[in-house]
Write a protein that binds this ligand. Structure first.
Ligand SMILES: NC(=O)c1ccc[n+]([C@@H]2O[C@H](COP(=O)([O-])OP(=O)(O)OC[C@H]3O[C@@H](n4cnc5c(N)ncnc54)[C@H](O)[C@@H]3O)[C@@H](O)[C@H]2O)c1
Length: 384
């Protein structure tokens, strides 16, 4: 009997990658996908060795991305890959996504969507015609308590939103940036592979997407002050960005990869005129509700007081901590529902619109900084 699982291909995410294991486990979490092949590594021996090491048959492991498309299109539709996850360095997202889209595949693409805003808009235009499912993995939106934050703000629990604030601090680039050789050989600091930004493109974009996802306000104008630390380094590794948003809301995004000693400290705060909500990625199972004149309340996943969207992202009874793998699993689950034409909540996975807005944000931040820290507009033509 043939499997009813969605046939998934993977590009990138080989043994040495940071993100590959997260996607593989996420795709297996709800028994909706079967990995049928891919290109895990541009080096053929590494590619085959890795596929074998994870127990995949090698007949659909391809030498490169073009061979994958060519060979898959030769297969009958009921055997062909239905969706392909793009987990490569940023500069490959666009050529891969474009060709996959043109040939009718569904896509799950890592962020940032592309290396330029122009490329992102081009993908958006092709998608309007092809109408396949296109997810962009802003992973943190998959956490149950982030979903709960979104739903509480939507239903008015904190009142009218009046301030948004996201701080995303890491320290991993600190030892690299101070070593001339290392800073020349890390792909994230190479504009040809990473795009025009390092810190804002890599983590500032998570903060941007998250603030819009939870608060429901649109970030319209920004003023960025970035730091490259060394004159020979073309890429930002730290930045503070002031935000002016819809509904008279203002806010700030602070992002850094030189916050020495920090691991993955992503803290999101939204304040309304009645209460505030705070969520911290390193303690993702706690959502803090701060109400005027009342003791702090801590909400946790799996309880009936949570919204349907949040509860849908929890697999175990309260008290069994779930984490980043589960968050990505929730995104894959939403994508599976969309691919199979089942009903789903639009908060279940970020789409190409998030990806396009993210690229506009990155380019606008760089422009604002380059022009001497001036206010610049984020393109509002691609509203969610
Ligand atoms: N959603 C998140 O929170 C999150 C976290 C980390 C990374 N990312 C994104 O994931 C992407 C990959 O980042 P990473 O840290 O895993 O990078 P990495 O350098 O650790 O791994 C990249 C992988 O791509 C493979 N690769 C390179 N060229 C290829 C090609 N031509 N064909 C097939 N495979 C190829 C490499 O062999 C490697 O396995 C980036 O876009 C990054 O922004 C997202």
């Amino acid at each position: 009997m043939s499997s009813s699982k969605i046939r998934l291909g993977i590009l990138g995410g080989g043994g040495n990658s940071l993100i590959g294991v997260l996607h593989r486990i996420a795709s297996s979490m709800f028994d909706r996908y079967q990995i049928v092949g891919g290109v895990f590594n541009p080096n053929w021996d590494d590619n085959i060795e890795f596929a074998t090491s994870i127990g995949l048959p090698t007949n659909r492991i391809y030498k490169d991305f073009n061979s994958l498309i060519e060979a898959e299109l030769q297969l009958p539709k009921e055997q062909r890959m239905q969706v392909v996850s793009i987990l490569t360095p940023n500069f490959l997202h666009f050529p891969m996504a474009k060709k996959l889209l043109e040939n009718g595949f569904h896509i799950i693409c890592e962020k940032p969507l592309t290396t330029t805003y122009q490329e992102a808009k081009e993908l958006y235009t092709i998608l309007q015609e092809k109408k396949t499912v296109f997810a962009v993995t802003y992973t943190y939106t998959g956490y149950p308590m982030v979903r709960q934050m979104r739903e509480m703000i939507r239903t008015g629990v904190i009142g009218k939103v009046q301030k948004i604030d996201a701080q995303y601090y890491q320290g991993w680039i600190n030892p690299i940036i101070h070593d001339v050789e290392k800073r020349k050989t890390t792909w994230r600091l190479n504009p040809e592979k990473s795009g025009i930004s390092c810190c804002i493109g890599d983590i500032g974009t998570h903060a941007f997407d998250m603030l819009e996802y939870v608060s429901g306000v649109k970030i319209e104008n920004i003023l960025a002050d970035l730091n490259h630390v060394y004159d020979d380094n073309q890429m930002d590794v730290d930045g503070t960005i002031l935000l002016r948003c819809s509904k008279n809301v203002k806010g700030v995004i602070c992002a850094s990869q030189i916050a020495t000693g920090e691991e993955n400290s992503f803290v999101v705060k939204v304040y309304g005129d009645r209460a505030g909500l705070k969520w911290e990625q390193e303690n993702p199972n706690y959502l803090y509700l701060m109400e005027e004149g009342k003791p702090l309340q801590v909400l946790k996943p799996g309880h009936e007081y949570n919204s349907k969207l949040s509860l849908d992202g929890t697999k175990l009874p309260p008290g069994h901590p779930e984490g980043i793998f589960d968050a990505m699993g929730n995104i894959y689950k939403g994508v599976a529902r969309a691919i199979c034409n089942e009903s789903f909540n639009e908060g279940e996975f970020p789409t190409i619109t998030d990806g396009v807005r993210g690229m506009s944000f990155i380019e606008t931040a760089i422009l604002s900084h380059k022009k001497g820290n001036v206010w610049e507009a984020v393109d509002q033509n691609y509203k969610l």
